[in-house]
Design a protein around this ligand. Structure first.
Ligand code: NAP
Length: 450
């Protein structure tokens, strides 16, 4: 069972201690800075994003300044959880699960209540309220991390950044710019931004965080367009899948009075556009930042702030050199996409096998390649052009290994094939153990009972 800790402004030391102490059989994940106490709509929107949270009951603990006494909170949590569990029992169709409330100010009582809520009451998650010192919600520590975020390019990734940042109260205002009028119309209709512009420099003006989420080879042009409009001390980042070209473009086009920090969330789908995004896209996934070689304190502070931003969106953050990033991603992402594009193309061109047979028998493996090969053509064209050297290097290795495999097949060397297939199975287990894939067979696809 995975328990999501909905963390209401939880002080980090408390969160760390809590996650250490939670029973070992329970896998935990934390969403820092979810602003559920102050923004009820954001909280409901977030819960909507969880597939198995069709309707989840949860009860926010009242702020301590209203309760008056710290001693009363264990009792309040117990009453709340008993009531929530009872409602779930009585209305299983409407409320299949509940998120337990915890008496955050009392660690011993918290641990007892976690155990009780999970083991006895069947809670699906735990929720901790942390207004532990009775601080009013106007306290500066509850302010959003960035006053105003500009997102240039509101497609799958840009709109997901917006949704996740909104859900977590991580940013104050949001401005969006996009080259496509149709996208801007959707952004307005979905209510994703406070201000919408066709011109990126107008969106960037006054923002203390700018996220460029356009296809990799368009990032340099956007950086050049917004350079002059940027506020002193603004953080400018991107989400492009290739990092060396972005590092060069940022160095060439962004003024030194801003903090340029390229980035790449390793999360996505084969869909595009603002309707495809969702708030939990980055949860439990990695985001790689490739900072410049600057070592001055303000720049390092900006990197730390951007790291906190991504963590608040649910991601784990890794810092990496941009060339190493491009090599790693050439293996883990770019080459697999190239293979998928190629194999789907080959199957489509085969004359001895009809197109209807390819589709009809696709569950034999081909189907999983078609998902990858449905990815955005513009973005992937850009990825291969922008990461040419690393992709060609890895492709060279891949071609040699493929030739060795075809020789093993030709000469009937079953041992070689068996040894490789055994090793690759281990790698899949490693991906599952790292929480990057579901352990369910067939990617968790639902099948009819036989
Ligand atoms: P997307 O859904 O196609 O969105 C990109 C948006 O940017 C589109 O609305 C596009 O408008 C707009 N755009 C293009 N050029 C622009 C410009 N010069 N100025 C302003 N807007 C512009 O693409 P995405 O999947 O979100 O990808 C965005 C970035 O995220 C890419 O750099 C990609 O490498 C990276 N990324 C993608 C994934 C993934 O799985 N998709 C994962 C991680 C990172 P038009 O429709 O008019 O072109």
């Amino acid at each position: 069972m995975i328990i999501d800790i909905f963390n209401h402004f939880m002080p980090k030391p408390y969160l760390d201690r809590l996650t250490q102490l939670i029973p070992r059989h329970v896998a935990t994940t934390a969403f820092p800075r979810l602003a559920t106490l102050v923004d009820v709509d954001a909280r409901l929107r977030l819960l909507d994003e969880f597939d198995d949270f069709a309707q989840v009951l949860s009860l926010a603990n009242p702020p301590l300044e209203l309760v008056g006494s710290l001693e009363i909170t264990p009792e309040l949590a117990r009453i709340a959880n008993d009531a929530l569990a009872e409602i779930c029992r009585q209305h299983p169709d409407r409320f299949p699960a509940f998120v337990a409330a915890l008496p955050m100010n009392n660690m011993d009582a918290t641990l007892i209540e976690i155990d009780r809520a999970i083991s006895d009451l069947g809670a699906r998650g735990i929720q901790v309220f942390t207004n532990v010192a009775g601080r009013p919600l106007s306290d500066p520590q509850y302010r959003p991390l960035f006053r105003r975020m500009a997102v240039i390019g509101a497609g799958l990734i840009g709109s997901s950044v917006i949704r996740a940042a909104r859900a977590g109260n991580v940013v104050g205002g949001i401005a969006v710019a996009d080259a496509s009028g149709a996208v801007l119309d959707r952004v307005r209709a979905l209510g994703l931004a406070d201000d919408v512009f066709a011109d990126p420099s107008r969106a960037a003006r006054g923002a203390d965080l700018v996220v460029i989420a356009v296809p990799p080879l368009a990032i340099g042009a956007v950086a050049a367009e917004i350079g002059e409009a940027l506020e002193d001390g603004a953080i400018v980042t991107d989400v492009g899948s290739v990092k060396t070209v972005v590092a060069e473009a940022f160095a060439a086009h962004l003024p030194s009075r801003v903090f340029a920090i390229p980035g790449h969330p390793i999360a996505g789908t084969e869909e595009s556009g603002p309707d495809a995004g969702y708030a939990t896209l980055f949860a439990h996934r990695w985001t790689i930042l490739t900072p410049q070689a600057r070592q001055d304190a303000p720049y390092l502070a900006a990197v730390a702030r951007l790291t906190t931003f991504w963590e608040a969106l649910g991601a784990n953050v890794e810092i990496m050199d941009e060339r190493h990033h491009d090599l790693v991603l050439a293996v883990t992402s770019h080459l697999p996409h190239l293979i998928a594009y190629n194999i789907v193309g080959t199957a489509a061109d085969l004359e001895q096998v009809t197109r209807s047979e390819v589709i009809k028998y696709s569950a034999g493996g081909f189907r999983d390649f078609t998902r990858i090969a449905a990815s955005d053509p513009i973005m992937w064209r850009d990825v291969f052009l922008a990461n040419k050297d690393a992709v060609l290097e890895i492709l060279g290795r891949f071609t040699e290994d493929l030739q060795a495999l075809s020789r093993a097949i030709r000469w009937g060397e079953g041992d070689k094939l068996h040894e490789l297939f055994t090793r690759t199975r281990e790698i899949r287990r490693g991906v599952i153990d790292a929480g990057q894939e579901t352990p369910e067979p067939d990617f968790g696809r639902h099948h009819e009972e036989r």
